[in-house]
Design a protein. Sequence first.
Length: 484
Amino acid sequence: MRQIGLGSYDKRLAASARTLLECQGFDGGWGLTLSSVSSIVNTSEVLAVLRAARIGGTPVRSALDFLAGSIKEHCRPRQKGGRGKNTRFVCFGLTGLLHYREFFTQPHVCGTAAWCLDWLEEHQIGQGWPEVVGIDDASLHQTALAVLALARLRDVLDGLGPGLSLPGGGDTTALVERTSALIEHGLAGLLYHRRPSGAWGWRTYIDTAPSPSKTALCLLAIDAATSRDGADRVLEAGGVDGRPAGLPARGIITQAGQWLLKNHHRWELFVEDDKDVQGTAWEHMAYALGTQAVLRAGANPNDQRLVKAWKLMDRLWDGQAGLWSEPGASGRRATIRAAYYSVCAYEEARARIVELGMSEHDDAPTRLEATPVLPREISLFSEGNQIVVSTADASVNCTLSERLFDLAVLLHHEAEGLAVCQLATAMHVAPTSIAKYVQRLNAAISTSFGGVPIRVVIACQTPEGSGYQLVVPTEGRKSPGRPA
């Protein structure tokens, strides 16, 4: 799978781990760049990279010590203000503590995780968690981070078994109950703000444009929250616009993935700034975050709509620095953030390949592609061999080759379709060639829609045998003529 870059990934992951270990701070942490002051966020991100590279030992213990000592301190009240009251530091810190679940029963790790749970219980508000404590406005970013961290904590506790006593008091059963209640709180908040399109906006309660990064984060959080209950669990979504609906969890995840694939041009090469974050610039590596999310939703890593994102991640590898860099107007720089997002995308691809049972060159179908978009109206214009295809969301004009246009015209006039032998006779080609032309016609339309899987011609049975027909009913067809 050359387009994905997995052939180079293992060597790059190992090189990244070496670079990170060489640049670990004396306090055990890491900052945004290899020379930055240590932070909770970036140290948590590094632990994810080290885990993927199967690194353990003293560096990991030192990083966990840094997180355990920094999270509480960072959240203390400050006379001169500061960023200590931000939800994301608790969420990133909790997630970082859980990357190495084998260390969870260490008193300082378990105790800090329990403290984070207390903090999230105390500071929850309606529809989730705020960006900054004291603001009565839930943040999609912070709520998704909280759900992801809490789902990871629940899974770690489940793995330890029920009724296990933990350092500092309490047991796994009691903590699971508290954690599950908070997950449900955050899940309900995310679903409340889901748009009818299946996406999420960049702000809550405000009719803002859909955000690829927020949609990807919400997708990942919902998947993590519902993984224990099964894909058939029905959830209420969309209450913010007054039209709540009961939808299965897998349907919500799949529709979000479909939206991301359909709008891949909005994130495949981009870094999306987060307007929801106050007091500091926050950027999401949308090209990698979006890729990870659509793979989690069931996409095929070989999907052509992911090609540009994979190529960008490949180009962003900085061999001299031994780390991935992030794109920017001021030039590329190697960052922990870029490495974390890239590794998450590659690890998701690897897991998806195993799930599909794919070989290096397999193009197996995927859940997201199982139900192609169907057109509502097809118009043919003989001048220029043009076909206009309209769906519920878009309309495209595609110029066809003469033979493909002839195929479309023949099927356009026959509501019940034509047999393969009839099409072959009319087009003066061998019957075995008809399937190839049908495939090319559908592919041409799909390409015009930016790679969205769409079929205008489908197989059917006719009195004369197997054949093909246009997918739209007669009332959705317009006669050939001159373009308007």
